[in-house]
Design a protein around this ligand. Structure first.
Ligand code: GSH
Length: 184
């Protein structure tokens, strides 16, 4: 949406296992979402999809900095979202999606503690910065669905992380946010 591209979404019901059905496994053999089909080209994994769209539509506007060090910084934060924040976040979200009586409270607490550590790091890195890597980039974008899921589960970024909180408000104020987050 930041690039002004048009697409059609097909939602899969993961609890019903729609992502493990042969029709979807033919698109993504590892049976995970998301996957993109562009002009018959199939791309999966959110990182690779983002990089593909950047390569295919580099000017629409660019979402990776030009400078090599800044590009590395953008990619590092993108990776931090996937490799560190997401596993901790899902410790919480997997439980909060269950009926209350069935939730593993220790697991939720573990996830909450880890998320707090990630937030502290992100907050420090956003000090004095509008964006993670000098411009709106794939780094910022990679946190948006995650934090949106976190809010939908009833959480808010704690006040003790003012840089992260202000950055998140800026992200949500972008026109691309409302257009990309139809569930909100
Ligand atoms: N590294 C992958 C992770 C994809 C992933 O784990 N997707 C989850 C949903 S957010 C999924 O499909 N889970 C279903 C499953 O693993 O069975 C990416 O960023 O696209």
């Amino acid at each position: 949406m930041e690039k002004g591209l048009q697409w059609e979404t097909t939602w899969l019901d993961l609890p019903k296992g729609e992502h493990k059905k042969p029709e979807y496994l033919a698109i993504n053999p590892v049976g995970k979402v998301p996957a993109l089909i562009d002009d018959g080209i199939v791309v999966h994994d959110s990182t690779i999809i983002n990089e593909y769209l950047e390569d295919r539509f580099p000017k629409a506007p660019p979402l990776l900095p030009k400078d090599a060090a800044m590009r590395a910084r953008a990619r590092s934060f993108e990776d931090y979202a996937d490799a560190y924040l997401v596993p901790s976040l899902y410790k919480i979200l997997r439980e909060t999606r269950k009926p209350e009586a069935e939730r593993d409270r220790a697991r939720i607490k573990e996830g909450e503690d880890e998320v707090r550590t990630h937030f502290a790091y992100l907050d420090r890195e956003l000090k004095g910065r509008q964006f993670f890597a000098g411009m709106m980039s794939l780094a910022d974008i990679s946190y948006i669905p995650q934090l949106s899921n976190y809010e939908r589960a009833g959480y808010a970024i704690p006040d003790e992380f003012p840089n992260l909180k202000a950055w998140w408000e800026r992200m949500k104020a972008r026109s691309s946010y409302a257009a990309s987050m139809p569930l909100d």
